[in-house]
Design a protein around this ligand. Sequence first.
Ligand code: CA
Length: 226
Amino acid sequence: MRILVVEDDPDLGRQLTEALEQAGYAVDLAPDGEEGLFLGETEPYDAAVLDLGLPKLDGVRVLEKWRAAGKDLPVLILTARDRWSEKVAGFDAGADDYLTKPFVTEELLARLRALLRRTAGHANAALECGDLRVDTHAARASVNGEPIKLTAHEYRVLNYLMHHQGRVVPRTELVEHIYDQDFDRDSNTIEVFIGRLRRKIGSNRILTERGLGYRLIDPKAEKITE
Ligand code: CA
């Protein structure tokens, strides 16, 4: 999953980027409203963390413009303490959740997980596909209760497929959602990650739909319907 952070405070921006990367996300940081607007309009993010007090273009205007352009990504706004009118303006502009500064990073991560889950149609905190399970809080996966050791990129690929299980995910879409903007992207490495994942979680769980992409399935459930 790939997150856009729009925050002008350099310390907070860096701190958020590090915490999100640690939690298994690809992250792009925009230091002002104009760049945030541009990135949100041109790159396919799974969610955005948007500060409202921003130079060049304020956060409420950024959000209004995203929504007017048909961007429906979940957006968590950051507001200054005791500025209730800012929150109201943020929600009216299309925000999905908010946090008041200062906040604890753990709370931001928890709210973001909930937003991403609900957007993908999952109500439960742990994502499951048969006996394959991804705990998005701990950023860990297990099969039949046995923990699976994954690298950061393998986890990102699996987490994205878990959020979109049953659907064919094109390779280009995977590339766009597991790497940040500055990463030297190579779609061939996706094949390598998929190969490694198959060895770790079982070869029959990720199907290759030739020319289309990859589909994560529960092989046991799939057999019954065939
Ligand atoms: Ca600010």
